[in-house]
Design a protein around this ligand. Structure first.
Ligand code: SAM
Length: 293
């Protein structure tokens, strides 16, 4: 049984936590120093060049102190910490830029928390991919498309990006999605894996309690709503629709393939589970014995 506590966190998890917190704190202090002390030319330089200088120096130190995996973890966690603080800072702007700031904070926190959740729940599977920064080419294209849409609309129609109440609905959807996904990871623990398993491990147990008693694929449900939520935060009308359709079609295929393996692993036990509990994703039924005929 894995005991979840910060004390028991694995070395790479601790390292990621320290780098994320240190970087986000230093960036936050630099960015917000102007709000506290007023803006002078010197402080302006400190506010913007300070964080950049820190980031370069910190990476230089990391390069000499850590090797391979630990170095890769440290730089990614530090980068995500900087992005998170930058997002928080931009979110305080009195213009449409604040929507991009909120999005940046949500995005960087998501990738950091994915790594930390694996570090806490299933450390033996922890790799650099646990940040899921390099999820897929499609994921990268989708991100760039959303930045492009936001940039074009902000440039040509800045008023479009000031519907803050709608942006807050997106934020609520992202927070809800995060909570559901992380509840799934913390409930399934070592049975959860970022990549679908095609060979059953001897200790793989079917999880049907907690959030898995409400839906069969809570981590996908959370990610689905989180991804649509990010586009509502950005007030991107085209990407809201495109993300909804792309995520839905991705999860429909993923659930189908995953359930075929789960039926092979757990047989009648999984059939019973399917009868009682829905997938949780709209209009997705999953793989039933009938689908194979
Ligand atoms: C990325 S996780 C996703 C889990 C689940 N689909 C969800 O959305 O919460 C994929 C791994 O979880 C495992 N898995 C999925 N549902 C499970 C369950 N109810 N009990 C145990 N393992 C499960 C699969 O075998 C697969 O290797």
């Amino acid at each position: 049984m894995v005991e979840l506590s910060v004390k028991n966190i694995c070395p790479a998890g601790k390292q990621a936590l320290v780098c994320f917190l240190l970087s986000s704190t230093i960036f936050t202090i630099s960015f917000f120093s102007g709000n506290v002390f007023g803006y002078s030319a010197e402080l302006w330089a400190l506010t913007y060049w300070g964080p950049a200088l820190y980031f370069c120096l910190f990476n230089f130190v990391l390069r000499y102190c850590y090797k391979e995996f630990m170095y890769e973890v440290s730089t990614r966690a530090a980068f995500l910490g900087c992005a998170f603080a930058t997002g928080l800072y931009l979110a305080t702007f009195d213009s449409g830029v604040s929507t991009f700031g909120a999005y940046l904070a949500v995005l960087s926190f998501f990738h950091f928390s994915e790594f930390m959740s694996v570090a806490l729940t299933n450390p033996s599977t922890l790799t650099i991919d646990s940040f899921i920064l390099n999820h897929s080419v499609q994921y990268a294209i989708a991100a760039v498309a959303s930045w492009t849409e936001w940039g074009l609309e902000y440039y040509f129609c800045p008023d479009m990006k000031t519907c803050y109440s709608l942006s807050c609905v997106g934020l609520a959807l992202c927070i809800g999605g995060e909570l559901v996904r992380k509840s799934a990871m913390f409930t399934a623990k070592t049975n959860f894996n970022h990549t679908v398993q095609f060979v059953k491990k001897p200790d793989h147990r079917l999880v049907t309690h907690g959030v898995y008693a409400l839906c069969r694929h809570p981590s996908y449900v959370g990610w689905f709503y989180w991804s649509v939520g990010t586009q509502i935060i950005l007030l991107n009308p085209f990407c809201v629709v495109a993300y909804g359709l792309a995520s839905w079609s991705f999860f429909r295929e993923r659930v189908f393939a995953e359930e075929a393996t789960l039926l092979a692993f757990f047989g009648a036990q999984y059939v019973q589970y399917q009868k009682k509990v829905p997938t949780g994703l709209p209009l997705i039924k999953g793989y039933t014995i009938d689908s194979s005929q």
